[in-house]
Design a protein around this ligand. Structure first.
Ligand code: OKP
Ligand code: ZN
Length: 338
């Protein structure tokens, strides 16, 4: 497997996030990506590609609004001395407030839908590099690679055209999909524990992109406001979105059973390529979540994905157990490659 990696992600390293009013360590740590890379290289499951960063921002406009790109890329220039990360604190949720979000410090709550994606001096470089990896890996597929794995950090599936949150800034999988569209219809399978509200929103009314997601039921889990099973696509794309909300504590058996249904839908859609938004936060060892998947389950997921026989792009999303994430990625790759 070719893995696409950039060390630029290390420049994004917030210290804290809030959890029920308390400060806790920030879950999206640089060690996550380093652990995956180290393990896959050590186990001879990967060849590491460090592509040159795309030297032009315009590709981002396939997926994000110029206003949000401008804000994300410029916000850190307006930070106060001594300030390391800025967090939104006030959200201009009424129409009369929105026009007033015309200065960087007022705009912190304008595009953010939650408080989990702070901006520091290295955040834009990391987010841009992360997006570049997904796009470079997608290009490798267009050029005939059977599969690739973009080691994206920060993740992307909570970022929409004009909003971001949930540790995400730019939607890496969506940007990759815009590249892969050149080869034909694309399917995105989101296996992160959390519903990918950004990805769903971006492709909501796009009949050429099938979005299928297995995730913790938003009735009890983040992002709470979307990811329900009655969300099936916009007026021009009915049936192009499928959500499989699963109960707290879901383990391998029901998960793999639901995955088979999801893969059958993708098979019937007959895409030209498949993007897997991959989160390892469905693991039993991930202390931030409730699902109970084991390394064996990830091996079976890999096998089931390979059986689709599609050009496949893995895009890294969540997964917060730094000590186990490498082993889980290795299990997935082992299953996929044999
Ligand atoms: C990002 B990805 C509230 C915790 C909220 C935010 C979760 C973001 C998940 N106490 N945490 O989908 O893995
Ligand atoms: Zn997640």
């Amino acid at each position: 497997m070719q893995i696409f990696y950039s060390e630029a992600h290390k420049q994004h390293n917030p210290v804290v996030e809030v959890d029920h009013g308390r400060l806790v360590p920030y879950a999206d740590t640089p060690g996550r990506i380093e652990a995956i890379r180290d393990r896959l290289l050590h186990d001879h499951l990967a060849e590491c590609i460090e592509p040159a960063l795309i030297n032009d921002l315009t590709f981002l406009q396939s997926t994000h609004s110029p206003a949000m790109i401008e804000f994300l890329s410029q916000r850190a220039r307006h930070m106060q001395p001594g300030q390391d990360y800025v967090y939104p604190e006030i959200f201009p949720i009424t129409e009369e407030m929105k026009p007033l979000a015309n200065q960087p410090h007022r705009a912190d709550g304008y595009f953010a839908f939650d408080v989990y994606s702070p901006i520091g001096r290295g955040t834009w470089m990391a987010a841009f590099a992360s997006a570049s990896l997904a796009v470079n890996a997608a290009s490798a597929l267009l050029n005939g690679q059977a599969a690739a794995y973009a080691l994206c950090r920060p993740p992307g599936h909570h970022a929409g055209r004009n909003f971001y949150g949930g540790y995400c800034y730019l939607n890496n999988a969506a940007l990759a999909a815009q590249v892969l569209k050149k080869a034909g219809r694309t399917a995105i399978l989101d296996l992160d524990y959390h519903h990918g509200n950004g990805t769903q929103s971006i492709f909501w009314n796009d009949a050429d992109t099938l979005v299928v997601s297995l995730h913790a039921d938003p009735a009890f889990e983040y992002p709470h406001y979307c990811g329900f099973s009655n969300e099936t696509g916009g007026p021009d794309a009915p049936g192009s979105n499928h959500n499989f909300p699963l109960p707290a504590g879901t383990d391998g058996k029901p998960y793999l059973h639901t995955l088979a249904t999801a893969l059958d839908m993708i098979h019937r859609f007959a895409p030209a390529s498949l993007i897997v938004s991959m989160g390892f936060d469905t693991s039993a060892g991930d202390l931030t979540t409730t699902f109970q998947l084991t390394p064996t389950d990830y091996r079976r997921i890999g096998q089931a994905l390979a059986a689709l026989q599609q050009p496949t792009l893995f895009v890294q999303e969540g997964g917060y157990g730094e000590t186990e994430i490498g082993r889980l990625a290795a299990a997935l790759m082992e299953g996929f490659e044999k």
